[in-house]
Design a protein around this ligand. Sequence first.
Ligand code: SF4
Length: 375
Amino acid sequence: GQCRVVCPTGAISIKTNIDEVWDALADPNTIVVAQVAPAVRVALGDKFGIPKGENVMGKLVNALHRLGFHEVYDTTYGADLTVIEEAEELLERISSGAKGPLFTSCCPAWVKFCETRYPELADNISTCRSPQQMFGAVIREYYRNPEINQGKKLVSVSIMPCTAKKEEILRPESMTNGRQDVDYVLTTTEVASMIRKSGIRFENIDGESTDMPFGIGSGGGVIFGVTGGVTEAVLRRLQTGHSRVEMDRIRTSGVRGDDGLKELTFDYMGKEIRAAVVNGLGNADKLIKRIQSGEVSYDFVEVMACRRGCIMGGGQPVGAGPRTRKARAKGLYDTDVNMQIKKSNENPMVLALYEGLLKGKTHQLLHRNLGSTEN
Ligand code: SF4
């Protein structure tokens, strides 16, 4: 059956699919897979008394396996795909002399806001699907192979920091051949309640690694969960080298920190790329007005609807004050420090995908179908 979580303000009622996911997990004729967004891993622990900001991805993978998920993948992998596609689009725009900045498209609340308030900017929003949607399409395609699906039905579940991601999977422009790729989205708090209900002692279980072939992500992909992360990952991709010095130059370029608006410039083969990082829709609105009046201009603008990015999404455990927010951002940056692969375009599993499953299909699986934007 379906149940609804009612918004405390009474303004909206948000659908939860917890029951459908339980049913799928109990059904012997399904393969249920999960992808977990970067921001989830540094917030879920709040629900189990784990120190704020601690990365609990390993425990979450273990818990999801115990709940019956057959495979658990990392949306960081999807973020790597997004970085590669978006950097390409940026370079094409710059070389073609297209007007105005390229705006990111990975936050559905921002995309919706922009479409409603500034329809004239439609051509400036990246054609890239979000990490969830790129990865959702790749997972769906991968499991079409009868050797992999073993004649069972795939149920694809995303674990996300916000409810806007539930709407995103229903947008026709992000579907593949008219079919929804991700079946259900669960928020961080919904997954916490499932774990609790199952009796798993989350705080005591060991960590497990994510499953192959989509279990490896880069540091660039993991920092997507914090404001500035998308821009930093794209700049890493554009940077030719990958030494510590080069990565540090990007880190200290002004891309980090939780200001509502950050500006930075980056040298790309002798050309200056101007970027802005904005979080919070009020800040985005102000910035667009300044861009439209000609007061400022950029090549690339990252927008996240939530202040400080997805770490503070509406599906994350609440009651997060300044200390929690800092700890979550630090949790993601520390995770990046401990990852061997920093650049999305150096993730070997992603490169293998381009040589295999994605051959001739990048447009179909990774970009929005802009002919069908009516929702
Ligand atoms: Fe969702 Fe907020 Fe992240 Fe946008 S910024 S994708 S609304 S959590």
